[in-house]
Design a protein around this ligand. Structure first.
Ligand code: PHB
Length: 393
């Protein structure tokens, strides 16, 4: 009798487990809607982040906190209306647990309201205007902010006998952030600044570089979004600015690792401040670069790739911390305060702002063994976004 009961209980137990198992199985996936510009002028950002996300999942097995991460990749072509529509569809139809990607500032901002209303985390892996994280309490950023990268450039210029700077930036959020944060700091330290802004779409740098050349500055500070640097540098040479001895300085976007070879030797000597170089000297970075190149036909990872890789890691760590609970508030709470060793160095998700805190490196573009690299030679440790830091005071 006792034995029969035992067997029965066992059988019941099994079928219950099977039933529960299938219910659990239906919820086993944590879908991540990855929205990137995979075509159009900013496709290099999409390509880099997509490759990094795939690498992270291939290396780490894709199951975290009992949930299997499933990526749904969508191409917004760099158009903000498309980003908004895709974000809505991913939330409503696909029931994604997380929205991620966002190649440009207007695209990150376009999804912010969707994230807030649906209570779904929006992990920003590229866009870098300081205020983005304030557009929704569900935004967490793993890229950088332009003021974070540009203020240290002003400090370096002031210490290196640069007195007069001409700034050329792309005329939208991150460019304005770069110009403003650099100019304010540089002027406060006694420097003078003249500034021009270039349109985002179909930029023609020639007339702006002509003005820069006439101004005879000690240095030209430039911000153009990732992918546009080669176009800029070609016109920099055509205007003879390199021959005139004008030093090129700025955040590192213009000498992005992905396009450095196509820019060529004219980039040699540029001084930039940024959070990632493919030449960053650490074991974690060497492993990342080797694996990334092996998986992508030798393509170098750039700062977009590293932010995509770390963005996936942040999502994975959050799922582990919540034991697979995909509730948006729980995930954002788990992301706050995360600190990780990234290929770029240590990073922290600021628990107050949900923005990234990281080292900014001063680098010089150099040729080593026939290849161009941004070689880091100084570190400003664990820099917070200065715009939000100033608001807190
Ligand atoms: C942005 O649109 O926020 C953005 C894009 C590319 C960059 C930096 C910022 O390299």
């Amino acid at each position: 009798m006792a034995i029969r009961r035992q067997v029965l209980k066992g059988a019941l137990g099994l079928s219950l487990a099977a039933a529960l198992g299938s219910a659990a199985f239906a919820q086993d996936a944590a879908k991540v809607g990855l929205i990137l510009p995979m075509t159009g002028p900013f496709a290099s950002t999409g390509k880099q982040i997509d490759a990094a996300v795939k690498l992270f999942l291939a290396q780490n097995g894709a199951v975290f906190g009992g949930k299997k991460i499933e990526i749904i990749l969508k191409d917004d072509t760099g158009n903000a209306d498309t980003t908004r529509r895709l974000a809505q569809e991913l939330v409503v139809n696909d029931k994604v647990a997380v929205l991620a990607g966002f190649g440009l500032t207007p695209l990150a901002l376009a999804a912010a309201q969707v994230a807030t209303q649906a209570k779904v985390p929006e992990v920003v892996m590229a866009a870098a205007t300081a205020t983005i994280t304030e557009a929704s309490p569900y935004i967490v950023r793993t890229s950088f902010t332009l003021p974070q990268a540009s203020e240290p450039m002003a400090d370096w210029a002031l210490k290196n006998n640069i007195k007069k700077v001409f700034t050329v930036v792309t005329d939208y959020g991150p460019g304005i952030d770069a110009e403003t944060s650099f100019a304010n700091k540089f002027k406060a330290g006694g420097g003078t600044v003249e500034s021009v802004r270039v349109p985002l779409r179909n930029p023609d740098f020639a007339p702006f570089l002509q003005r820069a050349s006439e101004a005879k500055p000690d240095a030209l500070f430039v911000f153009v979004p990732s992918g546009i640097g080669a176009q800029f540098m070609k016109q920099f040479v055509e205007r003879g600015l390199d021959k005139a001895g004008v030093k090129l300085i700025g955040p590192g976007d213009v000498v992005d690792d992905d396009i450095l070879e196509s820019i060529g030797d004219v980039a040699i000597g540029a001084i930039t401040t940024h959070h990632y170089s493919v030449a960053h000297d650490s074991a974690a970075n060497k492993a990342f670069v080797t694996a990334f190149k092996a998986a992508n036909g030798g393509m170098r990872p750039n700062f977009m790739a590293v932010a995509g890789y770390d963005g996936m890691r942040v999502i994975a760590e959050a799922l582990k911390k919540t034991n697979g609970n995909t509730d948006g508030d729980a995930l954002v709470a788990a992301m706050k305060g995360l600190s990780l060793e990234s290929p770029r160095g240590p990073i922290l998700i600021d628990p107050d702002t949900r923005d990234i805190v990281q080292n900014i490196y001063v680098r010089k573009t150099e040729k080593k063994d026939g290849e161009l690299f941004n070689v880091e030679f100084a570190i400003i440790p664990m820099v917070k976004d200065p715009v939000k830091a100033a608001k807190k005071q």
